[in-house]
Write a protein that binds this ligand. Structure first.
Ligand code: SF4
Length: 385
């Protein structure tokens, strides 16, 4: 296991609210952003001391950083530098991957150069679609033309590792428009691709409209679950043909460009999250910060850790995590190792899934069947029985 630490920085600011989103992000002025960045830096040294007081030894070496949101690309380069300086001062290490989530309309030449100067070496783009009709319906701020404007700016600034996020299942999406988005994406040749199926969140504007049977936010034009499963399979085909390696249910990469930071989540490696709603894992404990940015700032300002949830993992819950998170990776899990480490017998739990063709066995390794990935939820439900 890699015992270096991943650091996640939550940036809960957006320019507007997308219709499908229920993330606790808000639209804030410059003064509140300044205060927030200041509190995130303060939280780091507080957390470092608190983690050292816990049972689990958390090594201090950081090798990946991920600025996630919200829309972290709304931060000034000076804010990013302040946070990166605070991380380097608190958790020394060799930074291999420093990712910034960005929306295409926020990319500017000067900003991109400053990001690279500050140490950002990977940009994760929330593209979601290349269809303006779908982008407008989803309440996104960018349009297809912004994508084509932004990518060369990043390349010229020296970013050699770009991820594109796409969402399968946006209102008005059809198999043809979905294939078109995938083909345009492949032609731009990002190093990494994430494909997420639209999750209807009851707390989002779109989710509420769907629950009420209304038609606002193009609720009547959301593709069915079967169509989304079809879209996923189309993505598998197009991305395979374009030379991407499918390594996690939602993630594809050109060889050597798998996300080092996100692999930590699925491999149960150590990570520390800072900022509103950020999650942390010490190997034996998980904790999450206050979701609401104002509550978070108040807690840190008062000299308190802004922790809202805390869990010490039992052997049973750690075992379940091994199975669920491990199976998300297409290489699968070594059940013999898990049985040895946890002193349990679990291979029998996979028998019905193997018979149903949902998983494949290769010696002691179990992996999701590549042709049934679009129904992987069935595997997880069955494993919980
Ligand atoms: S940009 Fe992302 S976090 Fe912000 S509202 Fe849209 S989906 Fe939510």
């Amino acid at each position: 296991m890699n015992d270096s630490v991943g650091v996640y920085i939550s940036v809960p600011f957006c320019r507007a609210k997308c219709t499908y989103c229920n993330f606790a992000s808000g639209v804030f002025g410059a003064e509140r952003i300044d205060r927030y960045v200041d509190r995130v830096c303060a939280e780091m040294s507080e957390t470092r001391s608190a983690v050292e007081r816990m049972d689990a030894p958390v090594p201090g070496r950081v090798d990946t950083i991920f600025f996630g949101g919200g829309t972290p690309s709304l931060l000034d380069a000076a804010h990013l530098e302040d946070i990166l300086d605070a991380i380097r001062a608190t958790f020394p290490g060799e930074l291999a991957e420093v990712t910034l989530e960005a929306d295409p309309e926020t990319i500017e030449t000067g900003k991109a150069a400053a990001w690279v100067g500050a140490g950002i070496n990977r940009v994760s783009f929330g593209l979601q679609s290349f269809s303006d009709k779908e982008l407008v319906a989803a309440g996104r701020m960018h349009r297809r033309a912004d994508i084509y404007r932004a990518v060369p700016i990043l390349r010229e600034a020296g970013i050699r590792n770009i991820n594109f996020d796409l969402i399968a299942g946006l209102p008005h999406q059809t198999k043809e428009s979905w294939r078109q988005s995938l083909e345009e994406l492949a032609a731009l040749a990002p190093e990494h691709v994430s494909v997420y199926l639209l999750e209807i969140d009851e707390g989002s504007r779109l989710g509420k409209e769907l629950l009420q049977g209304g038609g606002k936010y193009s609720a009547g034009a959301v593709p069915s679950e079967d169509e989304m499963a079809d879209f996923y399979e189309v993505a598998q085909g197009v991305l395979r043909a374009a030379g991407y390696h499918h390594y996690e249910i939602s993630n594809w990469a050109k060889p050597g460009f798998e996300s080092r930071h996100n692999l930590k989540y699925w491999r149960r490696e150590l990570y520390l999250g800072f900022g509103a709603g950020a999650h942390s894992f010490s190997g034996t404990e998980r904790w999450a910060n206050a979701h609401d940015a104002a509550g978070y700032v108040t807690a840190v300002q008062g000299g308190r850790l802004p922790i809202e949830q805390h869990e010490r993992l039992t052997a049973e819950s750690a075992l379940e995590e091994e199975l669920f998170l491990g199976l998300r990776q297409l290489d699968g899990i070594d059940v013999a190792r898990i049985e040895r480490e946890y002193g349990v017998t679990v291979m029998g739990r996979f028998d019905p899934l193997t018979s149903a063709g949902l998983v494949e066995r290769d010696g002691s390794v179990v992996r999701l069947a590549p042709r049934r990935l679009s129904v992987s939820n069935e595997v997880f439900v069955e494993l919980m029985r």
